[in-house]
Design a protein around this ligand. Structure first.
Ligand SMILES: [Zn+2]
Length: 287
């Protein structure tokens, strides 16, 4: 949705510029009139940069080449490994590698250099960076409880990487910056108060859009994660149970209202997961 907004803004901006500055147009018979060139370039860039998310089939805008995204993932991973304390617990490491390997195989991304590490850290968290670098913090393990619970977390994290969510977010930030510039160009010459109010309103709408988009990426990772865990042989209902436990563990802790958050509320999340379990069960291969 946000990926559409800056596009629309820059489109209308271009039209405004044309209205004010356009010379009497010579009769070209091609669409590539000089004033349309930037617009054509932007449209071409957007078409070239459109990717399709596996399984959900969603079209997404990713301006970053994938190899750059993989390199960024690798750099970030090396930094985290350097700065963090790795767990030496053999059983935990074996569990994370065992479950992580099964989820990784279910994604069919054989080109990823998959790696699995356990960090001795009480954060309730886990991650998968672009390129398949997986980290699990020991703080989440009491909540994941068993292999199926861990598979739900790893399915979700791996899905962020497979669906290229970080590349997509970087692209949106870029599109937003272009949108702000275009917006200001469109308002240039107007009353400064109009410009100021307009920019504030634009940024407010854009920020709301980015937050909503963050929540939709989380939901997409939940949906894809259910499918990958099911393909890996873990019953997808374990994801629902995990999020119930996660909700209980975070009870009483302050959290922003859903519309101000990059994450769906636990209630929304559980409801959505329940609605996607039948879809994931079509991929379920019990072992
Ligand atoms: Zn997530």
């Amino acid at each position: 949705m946000v990926q559409g907004d800056p596009g629309r803004s820059s489109g209308s901006v271009t039209n405004r510029v044309i209205e004010f500055r356009g010379p009497p147009l010579p009769q070209y018979n091609s669409i590539v009139r000089p004033w349309r060139l930037p617009l054509v370039a932007v449209v071409l860039l957007l078409i070239i940069s459109c990717q399709t998310v596996p399984l959900t089939g969603r079209q997404q805008l990713v301006l970053l080449p994938e190899n750059m995204e993989l390199q960024m993932g690798l750099d970030a991973y090396q930094q985290i490994v350097k700065k963090s304390k790795l767990s030496t617990d053999t059983a935990l490491n074996e569990q994370v590698t065992r479950v992580g390997r099964r989820i990784a195989d279910a994604t069919d991304r054989r080109d990823y250099q998959w790696e699995f590490k356990v960090f001795d850290d009480k954060q309730v968290n886990a991650f998968c960076l672009p390129g398949g670098k997986i980290g699990v913090f020991t703080g989440i393990l009491p909540i994941t409880r068993d292999d199926a619970g861990l598979a739900a977390v790893l399915g979700h994290e791996v899905s962020h990487a497979i669906a290229r969510h970080s590349g997509e977010r970087v692209s949106q930030q870029l599109a937003l910056q272009l949108g702000v510039v275009a917006f200001q160009v469109a308002l240039s010459g107007r009353d400064p108060r109009v410009m100021q109010l307009g920019t504030v309103a634009f940024m407010g709408l854009a920020t709301g859009g980015l937050l909503a988009f963050g929540r939709s990426q989380e939901s997409e990772a939940d949906r894809l994660g259910l499918i990958y865990m099911a393909k890996a042989g873990y019953h997808p209902s374990a994801a629902r149970d995990l999020w119930v436990r996660m909700g209980e563990a975070s009870k009483g802790k302050p959290r922003p209202p859903e519309f101000l958050s990059t994450h769906p509320s636990p209630e929304t999340r559980i409801q959505q997961i329940e609605s996607w379990i039948p879809e994931a069960l079509r991929y379920y291969q019990p072992r």
